[in-house]
Design a protein around this ligand. Structure first.
Ligand code: MG
Length: 380
């Protein structure tokens, strides 16, 4: 999706992404959270690019600058500036980076915004100076002071969202004279003597804040199961999860025979309702002779992602009498989570023997059973 480059370039947007978002429980900025094939920020940019907006300035923290720049490279007429210590300072930096007639200010963590809300906020700003997305308060709100608890009249209360759209010169003037710690752009605008005008937002236009909000990015879940077994023979390397393990024998197979990665690939493919690895990478195909299964895993990840899925978690158990796998488990998990681009907490690998019973127990084979949960992308 590309930003439009027609005569509507006097409308620009500032997307604020400079917050830390610590309440989300993620170890990274929530705008970079990805479900399936796109991040929260890409969802926002995709919607903006389908509207009258002709230029987007994304305001980033210094920590996220490289990643955010990488994302914005996909879009025309988009630039990135560094934010400030407060949201207000970040907005000022964004406003000053690109002049226009009408500016749409939007939170990078509101991916469910629609083209309709943005367009109506722009129309309101053109006609009346501002267009602030808001919804009527559903909950009863009470004011609590040292004097007691007072009910507030619900029909007068609105929950304010973004986009908040303004005549550029007016909001810039308002921010230039700003004092104190305003909670949103409309308050800055109002304090400068202008009258904010509300437009109807949408209850679904939620800001991603808490871990449960992140769950709302996902649609349903799909479970997948995979199983594989390879024979242990002399003169072969033993590779599990992309890690070579020193042992007198290795697994026999057409590829590198990485039985763990094979079981995980089949679990992912089965959850995504895609053909299994025997169909995708047949052992009669010379292209796959001796290939690293980690290459095949990247291919599988791309297929699963293209179909709109993100990885919820993966759990696998390796059945081997020998060698002892406990010392290798952490490096195997690291290898797999790097290849799958997921946090280590989302992949678990355990090991068991079969008490000396059968082909595995006699040390002649290793088998793996793997399960996974895929989450369906709920982003637009
Ligand atoms: Mg196999």
């Amino acid at each position: 999706m590309k930003c439009k480059t027609d005569d509507r370039s006097s409308v620009a947007a500032v997307v604020v992404c400079a917050g830390r978002g610590e309440r989300s429980g993620l170890p990274y900025n929530k705008v970079l959270h990805r479900i399936g094939c796109k991040t929260v920020l890409e969802s926002v940019l995709d919607v903006l690019c389908r509207t009258e907006v002709g230029h987007v300035t994304v305001v980033s923290s210094p920590d996220d600058l490289d990643r955010i720049k990488e994302i914005t490279l996909q879009y025309e007429n988009t630039s990135v500036v560094i934010g400030g210590k407060t949201r207000a300072q970040s907005v000022i930096n964004g406003l000053k980076a690109h002049k226009c007639d009408i500016v749409v200010i939007h939170d990078g963590a509101r991916p469910f915004v629609t083209e309709d809300i943005i367009s109506r906020s722009i129309a309101s700003a053109i006609g009346f100076g501002s267009g602030i997305a808001a919804v009527k308060s559903i909950d009863t709100v009470k004011r609590v002071t040292s004097d007691g608890v007072t009910a507030l009249p619900r029909d007068e209360l609105y929950n304010v969202q973004t986009p908040q759209t303004f005549r550029y010169s007016e909001i810039l003037y308002a921010y230039d004279g700003m004092t104190g710690s305003p909670t949103d752009d409309a308050e800055v605008y109002e304090r400068a003597g202008f009258k904010p005008r509300l437009i109807e937002g949408d209850y679904s236009n939620k800001k991603i804040t808490t871990p449960s909000d992140l769950l709302s990015l996902s649609g349903g879940c799909k479970i997948g199961v995979g199983f594989d077994l390879h024979r242990l023979v002399h003169d072969r390397k033993l590779i599990l999860g992309g890690v070579e393990i020193a042992y007198e024998r290795g697994l026999l197979g057409h590829s590198d025979a990485d039985v763990l990665t094979h079981a995980i690939m089949d679990a992912l493919l089965s959850a995504a309702d895609l053909p299994d690895i025997g169909v995708l990478f047949p052992d009669t195909d010379e292209r796959y002779k001796g290939i690293s299964s980690m290459k095949l895993l990247s291919d599988v990840l791309a297929r699963v992602t293209e179909h709109g899925y993100g990885i919820g978690n993966i759990s696998a158990v390796v059945m081997a009498q020998k060698p002892k796998l406990a010392p290798h488990i952490e490096s195997i998990r690291s290898s797999l989570c790097e290849a799958l681009e997921i946090d280590k907490s989302r992949i678990n690998v355990s090991a068991t023997t079969t008490e000396g019973i059968g082909l595995i127990g006699e040390g002649n084979a290793i088998a793996v059973s793997a399960s996974c949960i895929l989450t369906e992308n709920n982003l637009g």
